[in-house]
Ligand binder design. Sequence first.
Ligand code: NAI
Ligand code: 15L
Length: 268
Amino acid sequence: PAPRTVLLTGAAGGLGTLMRDLLPAYGYELRLLDLRPVEGAADAIVADLADRDALREAVRGVDAIIHLAGISLEAPFEKILRANIEGTYNLYEAARQEGVERIVFASSNHAVGFTPRPRGDDPLIPIDTPRRPDTFYGLSKSFGEDLAQFYWDKHGLETVSVRIGSCFPEPTSVRMLSVWMSPADGARLLHAALTAENVGHTVVHGSSANTRLWWDLTSARSLGYEPQDDSEPYAEKLIAEQGELDPENIAHAYLGGHFVSDPPIWPY
Ligand code: NAI
Ligand code: 15L
């Protein structure tokens, strides 16, 4: 049967806020969790991913989990370790103990951020491109994907890992013309990831059907995802304001954009 009750971690964040508006239309009953109170949702669970008892209780009885909680940008290693690496482990372990059958994991393009972006007639980046994290943040997403594979192989807990491009209401940079996922397509993809059968551990790229797309959406489409949006209507204005991507600029040369060239955040 299709999952009905879904725990949404990271519900107070940008993506969580967009998705808790859009997902109920697909018939889900959402249980919300975040470190911070969730605006307009007094019944949301306020808990840290470090709190294993709270996680056991939060996952009890749900059909599936959408795991968005964590640090969503580069940060000192110790913080990434606690929130994204240990936190994701704690959530998987709680899910295993409570018998939850499926997790949709918010991975990121930054797990492969040091992959050169396609230029000209280059082929789209395939989903099995080698991992090339561009930050400790990207490394934590790489870990999350491996953790998901391990929990499938060892325990039969299914995951769809979504390497999200940029999911925001509108694209705001020339790079985002290639990697943008509209919120409506984001909800379509999460719904497909929750309902497709026999996913085992499947890794997919998460973006809209952008004219300037950099990666292959075949694996996402294999779940039943049919993107409806394209960033192209935003192209003229963004390129007029910011110029085309500069082949000489390292921050424009890789999938991960400026994450590859930003100075490290200390303590490193
Ligand atoms: P965000 O930073 O707006 O939201 C993350 C939420 O997680 C926050 O509300 C925060 O309070 C919560 N959180 C952080 N540490 C926690 C902890 N220890 N315990 C419980 N909750 C904790 O990030 P956003 O943009 O909403 O992203 C959501 C997820 O999707 C993140 O995992 C991010 O890495 C991933 N992602 C997002 C992309 C995007 O375009 N928005 C692109 C690629 C990946
Ligand atoms: C991410 O992984 C971040 O969470 C998000 O804030 C954006 O920076 C996005 O990647 C991106 O690459 O644009």
